[in-house]
Write a new protein. Sequence first.
Length: 288
Amino acid sequence: MSASTTHLRTVQADGLEIFYRESGNRDAPVVLLLHGFPSSSFQYRNLITKLADEGYRVVAPDLPGFGFTKVPESRNYVYTFDNFGKTIEAFVDALELKKYAIYIFDYGAPTGLRLAISRPSAITAIITQNGNAFEIGFGEPWKDFRTYWAEPCEENRQALAYLLTFELTKYQHEAGEPHPPPPETYHLDQALLDRPGNADVQLDLFLDYRTNVALYPTFHEYFKTHQPPLLAIWGKNDFVFIPPGADAYKSVLPKAEIHFVDGGRFPLENHLDEMTGKMTEFLKRNGI
């Protein structure tokens, strides 16, 4: 049983009320956890206290359009990954975080890497868990995305709406996992996806994901120039971001560490101890 407590907090940043989970000593080295689609900081609920027990201050915000972060209608927020990057910059400033390791998954990857290229000196290390930054890392579902990117008409937009259904949310949590995940994981994700107006937010983000691909050369230049310590810890059965995307980090970071677990997109549900062990060994080995 964990000795640490997770605190549920909100902070005003970038005109939003950002919900976040936090645990650990406020003076400890910071690990910033950035979630992905279709989840929220809830996906890190068990990891947060594990890392706090190991001596870290752990902070996990909900991105706009996800979880319990509130976006006032008057803010006229535009849901793009560039704006996600700006929002997370404002968030770390609001918390007065100066240095931090980032844990990036799915949407958290292009968000966190925008933060890294904006503030390279703030990044102490990167842990990427199925957080892609290479063309070779795209799995089969991306064919439909590329059709939408090439011709962003209503027909191609609605062709991706199946990704917002309960069946697909559940599948994302279950696919490739040796044991079924707790049902509250995908039920909560779906309940939040089903909020009024949220479908359009998600479909807008599906289109805007192409801007992340356009930034890949910039991300790669950041890696080559700054050589941040990086651990790619990957659910090897993920059908969205496939294992070659993990191996590709070696092409720009020769000292990158690559570790695969027998899981899918949400391997923390079945491999928490293994993954926490690898992460803490990696962080401590790099003086964090």
